[in-house]
Write a new protein. Structure first.
Length: 104
């Protein structure tokens, strides 16, 4: 099996303790449904900086990325299918799925 990185973009912000608790429950249920295929549940992203090819640093990311997770799957198609249940989607976000290629 290969490893796949799920990169989250956007999604609803949970601005009350109740909404945060509900969101955490949804994420835990989704991770639970994936079982042992979860390699790293990941984490949400905070503020970002962008480093340009000229070495310049600007505040804010080049893309609106909000977090990541790493799973194992038999194929890119299978990993994308697993991503369809992710709670970020119900909040209007999207997910990019990348195969993490082995080095060496």
């Amino acid at each position: 099996m290969s490893k796949y990185v799920l990169v989250y973009s956007g999604g609803a912000m949970n601005d009350t303790p109740e909404a945060q608790e509900k969101a955490m429950e949804e994420w835990m249920n989704w991770f639970g449904s994936l079982g042992a295929s979860v390699v790293d549940a990941g984490s949400p992203f905070g503020p970002a900086s962008t480093v340009g090819s000229d070495g310049s640093v600007t505040q804010g990311g080049a893309n609106q990325l909000t977090g990541y997770s790493i799973i194992e799957a038999d194929s890119l198609s299978s990993a994308a299918k697993s991503a369809k249940g992710c709670p970020v989607l119900s909040g209007g976000g999207s997910i990019e799925v990348y195969e993490a290629l082995p080095i060496g």
